[in-house]
Design a protein around this ligand. Structure first.
Ligand code: HEC
Ligand code: HEC
Length: 419
């Protein structure tokens, strides 16, 4: 079993408190949680934090301005890491800083590229030392709303903790900073810009070590990531912005299919973030769900390829074979290839996979009929779409692309900006 976290101590410290529905029947039950209003055409959900409560701006009592439209939930912010504009700016610097790698030429942004909704376009990510990650990079759009980070880890629930994984993880090596903690801090401390930004971002730090610490590095990166917000797609303009022309008639028909009992997509990709593992400011219940979508059924045993078996790697439970988190479908048109291992090349292929209620791999080491998998979710029964309906569904999925996110200067590489 490979834990993609730096140490067992970290896993233990995270505890199991937020694990809900990670084993046992996630499926078959309708996700009626008040969270995201999964089933509703209006995905604003029941208790979505409304405008005004952007809060948590820290001591200065100045609420942080998320810039989100009314009715759109706000990310949940840990009390020990309040948002501030200068902290976000520091985090952006760090996110794009190649000094955050062992080789000096890699950063978070190497695998999370803004123009690809913060994915990398590869089936499997490649780390700074050339090591191939068993999984594909994930979109960071709205990552501040994710209740269990990464493809299948119920233990990883804060961005602060998650940032340690790519920095110090050794299985696989991503940024390759293990054993280089002191070097990293020295490198950053030598930069006059950081000498300014760290004290400004962490003014109350009474720690003897001063504000430039590993903990504060992860806090600043997390604060920046909470501002990677996707809310300006045609779908959003139609749904939240009151613009009836934002979506085409075809995309609207596709939306109705997506939310139909025929296709069932909304059961797992529902709510404002098109995922059933979601949390937000003011939410009273944290939802964490994992599903087996019948992507593999090696030799008819239900097996997934060795070393990439999903939730089972964490829980050790046989029934958790192949269970992964349903990722957001926001910006899905720009984040190919798809699934945890990039093994689905296009949206058409994804629709084929779901249409047949699981993927059939005819030959080779992974041969098997996914729709017959004993571990497959009961929600995946398959469906038939006419060519026109398929075009409509694709038009709907494309209406989830937030072009402004892909080019927003507030989220772009600050090191290449001309002053
Ligand atoms: C080598 C490429 C690579 C680098 C570098 C990298 N990531 Fe990732 N990132 C990934 C992959 C692959 C995953 C999925 C990991 C998994 O499921 O085990 C991921 C997942 C994530 C997630 C989870 C998103 C979600 O919705 O669950 C976050 C957040 C994240 N990365 C942030 C970062 C930050 C911050 C950095 C820099 C400190 C970083 N990444 C560096 C490849 C990378
Ligand atoms: C039973 C829950 C469930 C249902 C129903 C479901 N999905 Fe998914 N979806 C998932 C999970 C889990 C993953 C990740 C699977 C993996 O990587 O092995 C996923 C992944 C995807 C991806 C790839 C996302 C990415 O970032 O790579 C797309 C596209 C997608 N689903 C579209 C759909 C559509 C369209 C429907 C309706 C036909 C649908 N899903 C129905 C759970 C579900």
């Amino acid at each position: 079993m490979t834990l993609r976290v730096p140490s067992a101590a970290l896993v233990l410290s995270l505890g199991w408190a937020t694990v809900v529905g990670c084993s046992g029947g996630d499926d078959g039950n309708t996700p009626t949680s008040g969270e995201g209003g999964s089933g509703a055409h209006n995905p604003t959900g029941g208790d979505g934090g409304q405008g005004g409560q952007g809060g948590q701006g820290g001591d200065d009592a100045q609420p942080f301005d998320w810039g989100l439209p009314p009715g759109f939930p706000r990310p949940k912010v840990p009390t020990d890491n309040p948002m501030s504009t200068v902290k976000v700016e520091l985090g952006r610097r760090l996110f794009y800083d190649q000094r955050l790698s062992g080789t000096g030429d890699f950063s978070c942004a190497s695998c999370h590229r803004q123009e690809l909704a913060f994915t990398d376009g590869l089936a499997l990510s490649v780390g700074s030392t050339g090591e191939v990650h068993p999984r594909g990079s994930m979109s960071l759009a709205n990552t501040g709303f994710i209740s269990a980070l990464t493809w299948a880890n119920p233990l990883l629930d804060t961005l602060e903790e998650q940032a340690l994984v790519p920095m110090f993880g050794e299985e696989p090596v991503e940024l390759g900073l293990a054993g280089k903690e002191v070097e990293l801090l020295e490198r950053l401390a030598a930069d006059p810009l950081y000498q300014e930004l760290f004290p400004a971002a962490f003014p109350d730090d009474s720690d003897d070590d001063g504000p430039l610490t590993l903990k504060n590095i992860t806090r600043a990166i997390a604060a920046f990531q909470r501002t990677i917000l996707s809310y300006r797609s045609p779908f959003d303009r139609y749904t939240y912005g009151g613009d009836p022309t934002a979506m085409t008639p075809s995309a609207l028909r596709g939306r109705d299919l997506f939310f139909s009992e025929q296709m069932e997509c909304f059961h797992c990709h529902g709510g404002f973030n098109f995922s059933d593992s979601v949390t937000h400011d003011g939410s009273t219940f944290t939802e964490v769900m994992f599903h087996n979508t019948g992507l593999y059924n090696i030799g008819g045993t239900g097996a997934y390829p060795e070393g990439n078996t999903g939730l089972r790697e964490i829980t050790g439970l046989a029934a958790d074979m192949g269970r992964f988190r349903a990722p957001t479908l926001r910006n899905i048109a720009v984040t190919a290839p798809y699934m945890h291992d990039g093994s689905v090349a296009t949206l058409d292929d994804a629709l084929d996979h779901y249409g047949s209620g699981g993927r059939t791999i005819p030959d080779g080491p992974h041969a098997g009929v996914g729709s017959d998998s004993p571990f497959k979710s009961e929600l995946l029964l398959g469906f038939t779409l006419t060519p026109a309906e398929r075009d409509d569904v694709k038009a709907f999925l494309e209406s989830l692309t937030d072009d402004k996110l892909l080019t927003d200067p507030r989220l772009s590489d600050p090191w290449t900006e001309t002053p």
